[in-house]
Design a protein around this ligand. Structure first.
Ligand SMILES: N=CN[C@@H](CCC(=O)O)C(=O)O
Ligand SMILES: [Zn+2]
Length: 422
């Protein structure tokens, strides 16, 4: 089956000669084309060129293709959300008034709420219950133009329930249109039963959980919440090094609430990315730029926790490759709207309208090792394509807080049309 998209006002291919995670001015390269059509063959992009040229090259395909008229609209790659806590039981709206009254996120967690509350709900949930809830979330992601998501475990916090979460991801990888990239995050919190005995839990992660997850092939990445009162930099290092020995690439929740030299640690252990970085130090940012560590910034979390935003502008200017993501989770960022997260990154982190598009497509794809497949519109890449109901890309950030997604093509199939899931 072929699809031909004609008449778009703008096609942002996001293409560039740069094949590494993009830095500085490379982040502004949109590969913007006008007066071109996009031809999709099967699940791949076949050609992006003026219609005459496509007709010459692929006369038969063009003749049989489903034609989509994108007049007045723009076309770009499917969005990549490279940091989510996708699979979880329950919701935490009861914490919101507490936080609005001044209780801190960490206080709520230390008193048994927060991540611990969601852990209880996730442990209580059946596999089918978690699966069905997650399908709803993935459908919403698609409606918002997100075609690839990363998903972290970390609400089981024991072997059985971590594996349960990861198997939900595995089943959805096989069954749902959205591509899901799996991260093991047994080190998301120290469960209540190990309070005061934290090193014992670290040992269980290293000696039992990581080997089992690797043996079952349930994750590609290994993440840790390096934060005062959660895992120390020393414990985090041990966990990340252990993962490396089993082929799991390190990621790290770094410098989210208090500075803890998490960015520095990410650079030292060769993490692919350091995530959050709200209070990352100048030295940490410099170390990441030098090591090429991708900063995954999560402005929805700063918004929802009413915390200071990460210094996105400084990071881009310092040569750190920057990606941005929803951090979708039930506690610190219960939103699926990556378009709104782009808006927040512009308004509160000083990133430009061009940079946030790079940060939610190709740089986000790099952060989860999918840049060869998705994140740009290029011949041979997977046909994850959005048609957005705006006449130019600048309106994506101007008409903020809105979902402009009209059509989503996922691996060559139309899955959202007129803003609705098919
Ligand atoms: N900070 C740690 N983990 C999540 C929040 C998880 C939760 O509150 O349930 C985050 O990335 O923000
Ligand atoms: Zn997170």
């Amino acid at each position: 089956m072929a699809i031909l998209i004609n008449n778009a006002n703008e096609v942002l291919t996001m293409e560039s000669d740069v094949k590494l995670p993009r830095r500085r001015e490379q982040m502004s390269e949109l590969g913007l084309k006008t007066e071109v059509s996009v031809l999709i063959e099967g699940d791949r992009i076949a050609m992006i060129a003026p219609l005459d040229e496509i007709k010459q090259e692929y006369p038969h395909l063009v003749g049989s293709a489903e034609v989509i008229d994108a007049r007045g609209k723009i076309v770009m790659p499917g969005l990549v959300d490279c940091h989510t806590h996708l699979v979880h039981g329950g919701t935490r709206e009861h914490e919101l008034n507490m936080r609005l009254a001044g209780r801190s996120y960490m206080d709520i967690m230390n008193e048994g709420g927060g991540i611990h509350y969601t852990t209880t709900k996730t442990r209580e949930a059946s596999f089918d219950g978690l699966y069905n809830k997650t399908v709803q979330h993935l459908n919403e992601f698609l409606r918002h133009g997100v075609t690839t998501v990363e998903a972290k475990s970390g609400y089981g916090l024991d072997l059985e329930n971590e594996i349960k979460q990861l198997y939900v991801v595995k089943k959805l990888q096989e069954e749902h249109a959205v591509d899901i990239v799996s991260t093991f995050m047994g080190a998301h919190a120290v469960p209540k039963e190990y309070k005061g005995n934290e090193d014992e839990f670290v040992k269980i992660i290293i000696e039992q959980m990581i080997p089992k997850v690797a043996e079952l092939g349930l994750a590609e990445f290994n993440d840790v919440f390096c934060e005062k009162g959660v895992f120390t930099p020393a414990q985090s290092r041990l966990i990340l090094e252990a993962g490396k020995a089993y082929g799991l690439t390190p990621k790290i929740h770094a410098d989210e609430i208090e500075p803890y030299e998490g960015a520095e640690l990410a650079a030292e252990v060769g993490a692919i990315s350091a995530e959050h970085l709200l209070v990352a130090s100048d030295e940490g940012i410099a170390a990441m730029a030098k090591a090429g560590t991708i900063a995954v910034l999560l402005p929805g979390t700063a918004f929802f926790l009413r915390a200071p935003y990460a210094r996105g502008r400084l990071m881009v200017d310092s040569g750190v490759p920057v990606a941005i993501s929803t951090d979708f989770n039930p506690g610190s960022s219960p939103t699926i709207s990556l378009p709104f997260i782009q808006n927040l990154a512009c308004m509160n982190m000083g990133m430009t309208m061009e940079e946030v598009l790079c940060a939610t497509t190709i740089n986000a794809a790099h952060a989860i090792k999918r840049a060869d497949e998705v994140g740009t519109l290029e011949k041979g890449k997977q046909a994850d394509v959005l048609i957005l109901d705006v006449p130019n890309y600048k309106q994506l950030q101007y008409f903020y807080g809105m979902n402009h997604t009209d059509t989503v093509i996922k691996a060559g199939d139309v899955v959202v049309k007129g803003g609705s899931l098919l």
